[in-house]
Ligand binder design. Structure first.
Ligand code: GRF
Length: 200
C-alpha cells in the first residue's frame, strides 16, 4: 500500500482515474491528500465529494513563489505521502521542492517525451505532423518534462486530427498509463539503470 498525494489545478480527470482504480482495488494505494492552487478547480470538488483531505493553497494569496511552495511543502510533509502525483498541476516546482522528494514525484505529460515538452503538447504534435504521439508518465527531476520514464502509451495521429480531437484520445490513454505506472510503484518492483526505469 502506497500513500499518494495528488497535486492538481483543474479538471482532475487523471485524479479521478486513480481514485477509481483504488476503489476497484486495481491499485494498492491510498490518497492521503489532494492539493490545488485553485479553489475553482473541478478536481477540488471531486476530492471533496469523495471525502479526501482537500487543501486549496492559492498561489495568489502568497507574496512570493517561495512562500507558496513552502506552504505546499508543509501540507505535504504532514500528509506523509510516499509519492506525489502531479495531475494537471500548473505550477513549476523549484529545485528545492524536487530535492525534498527525490524520485518520489511523478508527472504525466500528453506527448511521447522527449518530443514536445512544455505547454500545448498535443497542438505541437499536430502542427509538427508526427504520425504517432501519446503520453508519458515520468519521475520529476530538476529538468522540465525530462525525468526518468516509467510508462509511455502511443496514440496514432490521424490526418483529420485537431489538437482537441487528439487530446481527447490521448486522455483516454493517460488514465490507463497513470494507473499502470502507479501499480509499478505500488508493487515496489522497479530499479533504476541510469535513466532507465526497469520494472519487474
Ligand atoms: C493532462 O492532459 C495532463 O497530461 C496534463 O494536464 C492535463 C490534466 O488533465 N499534465 P486532468 O486535470 O487530469 O483532467
Amino acid at each position: 500500500m502506497i500513500r499518494i498525494a495528488v497535486l492538481l489545478s483543474g479538471r482532475g480527470s487523471n485524479f479521478a482515474a486513480i481514485h477509481e482504480a483504488i476503489a476497484a482495488r486495481a491499485l494498492d494505494a491510498e490518497i492521503c491528500a489532494v492539493v490545488s492552487n485553485r479553489d475553482d478547480a473541478p478536481g477540488v470538488s471531486r476530492a471533496r465529494d469523495w471525502q479526501y483531505a482537500a487543501h486549496v493553497i492559492d498561489n495568489r494569496a502568497f507574496a512570493s513563489r517561495a512562500d507558496h511552495e513552502a506552504e505546499v511543502l508543509r501540507v505535504l510533509e504532514a500528509a506523509k505521502p510516499d509519492f506525489i502525483v502531479l495531475a494537471g498541476y500548473m505550477r513549476l516546482l523549484s529545485t528545492r521542492f524536487v530535492a525534498a522528494f527525490p524520485n518520489r514525484i511523478i508527472n504525466i505529460h500528453p506527448s511521447l517525451l522527449p518530443s514536445f515538452p512544455g505547454v500545448d503538447a498535443q497542438k505541437q504534435a499536430v502542427e509538427h505532423g508526427v504520425k504517432v504521439s501519446g503520453c508519458t508518465v515520468h519521475f520529476v527531476d530538476e529538468s522540465l518534462d525530462a525525468g526518468p520514464i516509467i510508462v509511455q502509451h502511443a496514440v496514432e495521429v490521424r490526418d483529420d486530427d485537431t489538437a482537441e480531437s487528439l487530446s481527447a484520445r490521448i486522455l483516454v490513454e493517460e488514465h490507463r498509463a497513470y494507473v499502470e505506472a502507479l501499480q509499478i510503484l505500488a508493487r515496489g518492483r522497479y530499479r533504476f539503470d541510469g535513466r532507465r526505469v526497469i520494472a519487474s
